[in-house]
Design a protein around this ligand. Structure first.
Ligand code: B1M
Length: 215
């Protein structure tokens, strides 16, 4: 990789850690103007920077407010990247309702998954964060053929199971595919709670939605 591209990625990571939204937007724009790949800016700049923020928090070197400004910087930079991450002009291939599970306010990963799915031609119903089971149920009744749930906390991942049970009780389980993801989630957990699949990141989520719809 060229020196300038490496410097941009380093400055992007620093912008995440320092919570500098303007700097993050400027560096993403600069990278794109230099011809850098949107995936590289996302993976080696934004996501790497966010991982560093998480590590600093875990070590007690920063606290929630710093984590929040880091997240704001990432969201601002993602808006600039969005048109470059998504392929335009694809016909709708199905309706996906996506949301962060009840009690959980983390939405960056969920938004990224939604963006990539949208860019791959799926119609997205974004239910937001802290989504209770009945919101997912309502979305299925309104035609969602896939429900994608995200959780970032070990304390909220169990609400995925609660939602799946509620969907079963509502008699809707057979007509929807349910997939899950988020940092603490594993394939084993997806199997345990009766989800149809697990995706590790946003691009595998796109593959997974295609797979479960074809099954
Ligand atoms: Co929070 N937080 N946080 N936080 N936060 C984590 C998750 C944590 C791991 C930090 C740490 O301790 N190292 C820790 C959880 C520990 C645990 O449960 N094991 C934690 C904690 C403890 C908390 C609070 C409890 C802190 C407090 O208040 N004491 C609190 C909880 C609030 C709540 O939700 N009720 C809290 C709050 C916050 C902020 C609000 C400050 C902010 C979120 C802002 C926002 O999202 N708008 C925040 C942040 C930013 C983080 C970290 C630093 C970064 C998360 C992130 O955005 N990552 C995080 C540490 C970390 O992850 N390293 C941390 C980038 C994002 C692109 O990755 O979300 O993993 P990710 O998404 C990936 C994949 O997981 C996957 O694809 C995405 C793209 O590749 N994926 C899916 C995600 N969802 C998917 C759905 C799918 C498929 C794939 O559907 C099929």
């Amino acid at each position: 990789m060229e020196w300038n591209a490496m410097a941009i990625l380093e400055e992007l990571r620093e912008a995440m850690v320092d919570g500098q939204a303007k700097q993050a937007v400027a560096k993403v724009s600069e990278g794109l103007a230099e011809g850098m790949d949107a995936g590289t800016l996302l993976r080696d700049g934004l996501i790497a920077g966010m991982a560093e923020v998480g590590q600093l928090y875990e070590n007690g070197d920063i606290f929630v407010p710093e984590m929040l400004v880091g997240a704001r910087a990432m969201s601002a930079a993602l808006e600039v990247l969005k048109p470059h991450l998504v392929e335009e002009g694809v016909e709708s291939s199905g309706k996906v309702a996506i949301g962060t599970t009840q009690g959980d306010l983390h939405d960056i990963g969920k938004n990224l998954v939604a963006m990539m799915l949208e860019g791959s031609g799926f119609e997205i119903v974004d239910l937001g964060v802290d989504v209770p089971a009945d919101k997912f149920i309502e979305a299925i009744r309104e035609g969602a053929s896939v429900v994608a749930m995200s959780a970032l906390l070990t304390t909220t991942m169990t609400n995925m199971q609660t939602a799946i049970e509620a969907i079963k009780e509502a008699g809707l389980r057979e007509q929807v595919r349910i997939i899950i993801g988020g940092a603490p989630i594993t394939k084993a957990y997806a199997d345990e709670i009766g989800a149809d699949g697990y995706a590790e990141d946003a691009s595998s989520a796109v593959r997974l939605v295609k797979e479960v719809l074809a099954a």
